[in-house]
Structures are given as C-alpha cells and as structure tokens.
Ligand binder design. Structure first.
Ligand code: BG6
Length: 475
C-alpha cells in the first residue's frame, strides 16, 4: 500500500486512544498497514512528540504492558504525525499542505460536530483529489431522529459523494456477524428452514453489566434505544431477516437490508405501547459489587428519564416472515454480559416416545463473549430407559493458533480498501429512524420502569411478547 493516509479528526479523544489506535497498532504489527501514514488532528496545541507519547501511553493501557510489545509500540508511534487545528476550513487546509495522496478521514469527534467537520473538510478542498481517493468515516449515532439524520445527510452530501461516506457500526465488523451471512447463505440445509413455516420467533439480545461509565453527557441524551437498538441490534435484525443476495456486492447487500426495514409493520400511536418497553436501572449488585442507580451516576440529572433498557417487537410483512415476531432488547447494568441472535424453531408434534411434543429447537449465534454457534436439540438420554434430554451442540468460532481481529481492525481495513459492504448507506439509517421516530415520540412523556441493577430488566418487557413466548433467561 503506498501513499495511503489516515487522518483522525479528534485524535486526542477517547475513541482514538481506546479503540482506533489499538486496532491500528495491531494491524501494523500483523503487516497489514505497514505503509499507512497516520496523522492525528485536534485542537490541542501539542507537538508530534507529545502526541506520540500520549498514544504510546494509551497502547500500554489498552493493548498490553509487555516489554516486547513496548518496543514495537515505540516503533509504531514513531511513525505518527500530528497537526493542531480547529474545525474551520481555513485551519484544515494545513492537512492538505502536509498530507498528500489518498486519505481516509476518520471523524472521532462528538456527534454534534460531524456535520460541520464534513463540510469544513470539503471547503478546505480535501473531499476530492486527482491523486488517489478521499473517504470519510463517521461513527454512530447518525442523527438522533429522522429529521436530524436528514439534516446531517444534507450537510455531508453538500461536500461528499455518498459512495465515499462510510458510516461505521462496529457490530458489522464482529466475526460472528460476518459469519452469520456466510452461515446463512453458504449452507444448503439452512435456507429451506429459514422462514415462518419453521421459525417461531427470533430474539436479538444484548444485555450488558456495564453502567453509563464516563459517558454521562452522551448517554443521557441518547438512551438505550438510540445507543444500541437503532444501530447495532437493527443491523443484526436486518442480516437475520434479509433475502439471499444475488451477489456480495456492497450495494446489493445494502439494498436487501433496506428491503427488510421497509417491510417492518410501522409502529403507530396505538401499537407503540404494546410493542415496546423501556426501563432505567436502580441501585443493585453486580458480581457481588454494589453499584449506584442511574440517577446517582456522576453527570446524570437526578430526575433523568433516559432509558437504560429498551426492548421492542418487530413484525415483518412479507412472504418469508409474516407471523414471526422479532424481539430486540438491550440494557445496561443487567445480570450478564453477552450478545446473541437466538432463533427458535417451531415445535415438532408428538415426537417423543411418550407422545408429547419435543421442546423447540434453538439456533443461537453468540457474538460475545465467546463467539460461537449453538444448536439446542433433543436427543436420547444414554441408558436403558427410553428417555430424552436437551443437548447443546456448540461450534466455537475461534480456532487455536488463529489470531482474531477486532471489529475495528476489520472495518478499518475495509475502509482503507474501499469495501463498503459492512458500512451503512444513508437509506438504512433513514429507514431505521422512520421506524423508531414514533417510539421516541411516545417516550417524550412518562418515565421508564425501574429495574434493579444485576436483574433481568423491567417486567414490562414481557408485555410485548406474543402469547406463548418468553424471553430466554439472561445467562
Ligand atoms: C457502543 C455503545 O456502540 O457499543 C455502548 O455506545 C455499548 O454503550 C457498546 O456498550 C457495546 O459494544 P461491544 O462491542 O463492547 O459489545
């Protein structure tokens, strides 16, 4: 790779040190990005030596404090450059003077600055080039509702062509997410079962034990619906429900995801109440440690009505999925920490020796902590007695000796290579807000139900389930 640059705007911030630089360092160590030149850009009046020390400290914290690593990290940091500047086009021109060739701009900035930064880059003449390419990576959230997302789109498109805008959702870089597509579409045995004739329900869950941490300012304006459901969980939903694509082309994949969103039965003011639930954590205990209530967390207003748990039921009005509820839920400070897509198959009638029906099969894609595929099945219990029991067939995703790449590593490589398949196109964002705007509207009044930290979330989440369904226990 020659003459390829990454310029990180917001290079002194949290995202850069916690996620981007560790990922870039690991890619560099694995030999993927040896010729990539990385430049940090931020308002802090730092020398490049100061920036390098700052990043090296971050790598020690977030990668390893091993002595050998330390030497490699010093080498990596020695290649970093730094430019001081604001988000004004005049100041950004300095980037153009110092960095030549193809440039990937990464906006590691607070979300309210995305639009202004994208416009200023364009006004500084950096959105186009005759030597190589220019791309823009934007972190979520892409707006906070339909209207603000549309406004952000207009600002960005005033300077950037859509094909050069990469909206990142790190769940799309996770191994199991990418495996979901391969597993679904490359195996003959699955497709005949992947429809409402055989599938009873789908549960996409992402409970977390973490609280709001140091992100009060962002989180209290976002809440669980905007922070997790609108992006990460809805992406998993689309990948689970989409039709087989005719090719792996980025446009085809994204067209198919949009088709799913367009087929979701919209919420209206009557249905919104029985298809959604929200909660807020109170004090409790997690791993035997007492933790405070959300309203007691530093930086959170004592009367905050922000939801830290959100759940909803999607219904899809198409041939494949009519009558199959898709349940999505995520919450902070819950009993356990994992992400999974759990598919429940319909029951087999009278299948057991005593004439009763066998329990439903489940197919579970675990995204974390350990990425794996699990099949919950019924088998004969070993022994003389003709009895049955439930067995779980587990295929771990990781392979011994094969290094795993983080979601950020995967997506940064894709962005550098110009592969947009795992980035969001604007219409995906637009349709997700179209679906969720009525929920946001309904939640402007009232307050979330309380749930104790370390619990399974608020009881009202059960009300959105179709008769006969229950949430898989948080485990
Ligand atoms: C982020 C959310 O996008 O995803 C966080 O802002 C959440 O609130 C995180 O904790 C979960 O991602 P992961 O990869 O740590 O499960």
């Amino acid at each position: 790779m020659s003459d390829t640059n990454l310029v990180i705007l917001g290079a002194t911030g949290d995202l850069t040190q916690r996620l981007l630089m560790p990922a870039l360092y690991r890619l560099h160590q694995s030999g993927y990005t040896r010729d990539l030149k990385i430049t940090g850009y931020a308002i802090e009046d730092w020398s490049k030596e100061h920036f390098r020390d700052h990043i090296q400290e971050a790598l020690r914290t977030f990668v390893s404090d091993d002595k050998i690593e330390d030497k490699h990290q010093t080498e990596f940091c020695a290649g970093l450059d730094y430019i001081t500047g604001s988000l004004e086009a005049g100041q950004m021109k300095e980037i153009g003077r110092r960095v030549k060739g193809s440039i990937l701009f990464y906006l590691a900035l607070p979300p309210p600055l995305f639009g202004a930064a994208a416009v200023a880059l364009g006004e500084a003449g950096l959105a186009q080039t005759t030597e190589g390419w220019r791309r823009l990576v934007i972190e979520k959230p892409f707006g906070t509702d339909l209207a603000s997302a549309e406004m952000l789109r207009k600002q960005i498109h005033s300077q950037w062509a859509e094909e050069n805008v990469l909206r990142i959702d790190h769940f799309l870089g996770k191994e199991t997410t990418q495996n979901l597509m391969v597993f679904r579409f490359a195996n003959r045995f699955l497709e005949p079962l992947w429809n409402s004739a055989h599938i009873a329900q789908v549960q996409i869950s992402c409970p977390e034990t973490l609280g709001v941490e140091h992100r009060a300012a962002y989180y209290d304006h976002a809440g669980a619906l905007r922070d997790m459901l609108q992006n990460h969980l809805m992406q998993l939903f689309c990948l689970t429900a989409m039709e087989p694509p005719s090719s792996w082309d980025a446009e085809v994949l994204r067209d198919h995801k949009v088709e799913v969103l367009r087929a979701v039965v919209p919420f209206n003011e009557h249905t919104v109440c029985n298809r959604v639930a929200r909660g807020q954590y109170t004090a409790g205990s997690i791993d035997s440690k007492n933790v405070p209530a959300y309203r007691q967390e530093s930086g959170i207003p004592v009367n905050s009505n922000t939801e830290t748990f959100a759940a909803l039921r999607f219904e899809i009005n198409n041939w494949r999925w009519q009558g199959v509820p898709f349940y999505l839920r995520s919450g902070k400070r819950m009993a356990s920490d994992y992400s999974e897509i759990a598919i429940q198959f319909r029951q087999v009638p009278d299948a057991l020796p005593d004439g009763s029906a066998a329990p439903n099969n489940w197919m579970i894609f675990r995204l974390q902590p350990q990425e794996s595929l699990n099949l919950v099945a019924t088998a004969k219990k070993p022994g003389m007695e003709f009895a049955t029991h439930t067995v779980v067939l587990t295929a771990p995703y990781a392979q011994e000796g094969v290094r795993e790449f983080s979601a950020y590593e995967q997506l940064l490589m894709d962005a550098i290579n110009g592969n947009c398949s795992h980035f969001l196109r604007f219409d995906e964002v637009e349709w997700s807000w179209r679906l969720l705007d009525p929920v946001l509207h309904a939640w402007r009044t009232g307050s979330p139900e309380e749930y104790a930290s370390g619990s399974e979330g608020p009881p009202s989440q059960n009300q959105l389930l179709t008769a006969g369904h229950s949430w898989r226990p948080v485990q």
